[in-house]
Design a protein around this ligand. Structure first.
Ligand SMILES: [Zn+2]
Ligand SMILES: [Zn+2]
Length: 174
């Protein structure tokens, strides 16, 4: 079949026909397929418009609720994780103190019983001197101190930081 001048192969159907070159993609189309080609482009434009509408909604939502922003969520997550770590460490420390408190309270209880007996006996017998009074006084003061701050439990601060800090860096003009 002879090919008339100006005829080329349509990229869609591959037939040699009168074609029109699309300005956008520079490809030759027969008339039928040129219409189809334009329809395809229209469809793509439709999709972009749908996505634009979706993005418009996302932007509106985020302007109304900036706390939903991913960066904000990242900060919130860091905050929560840090609090959890601190709370966990504090709970462990309290647990350990409580466990030992029960033990030393029993010990103080026994010491106080002994002192009470001594005081009672000394009064009944009316047998005590200044040195006894001094000793009992010291014992009471010691028990008082021990009750407030048991000598075998101390709290030591570790220099290793429990949490890492965060910083927001903003570059450019804002
Ligand atoms: Zn064609
Ligand atoms: Zn085209």
């Amino acid at each position: 079949m002879a090919t008339a001048a100006g005829e080329a192969r349509c990229v869609k159907c591959g037939k040699e026909k009168s074609t029109v070159r699309c300005d956008g993609c520079s490809q030759p189309f027969c008339y039928n397929h040129l219409i189809e080609h334009r329809q395809e482009l229209d469809k793509q434009l439709d999709e972009i418009e749908v996505n634009r509408d979706l993005f418009r909604q996302t932007l509106t939502d985020q302007s109304a609720k900036p706390e939903n922003q991913t960066l904000m969520k990242q900060v919130n997550q860091w905050e929560q994780d840090s609090i959890d770590k601190i709370r966990h460490t504090a709970n462990k420390a309290r647990e350990l103190i409580l466990k030992h408190t029960t033990k030393y309270l029993t010990e103080i209880e026994i010491k106080l019983d002994t002192l009470t007996k001594q005081l009672r006996e000394s009064r009944e017998e009316n047998d005590f001197i200044e040195a006894d009074l001094q000793r009992w006084n010291t014992q009471l003061i010691e028990m008082n101190n021990e009750l407030d701050k048991p000598s075998n439990i101390t709290i030591q601060q570790d220099l290793t930081p429990l949490i890492s800090t965060i910083r927001v860096n903003v570059s450019g003009n804002l």
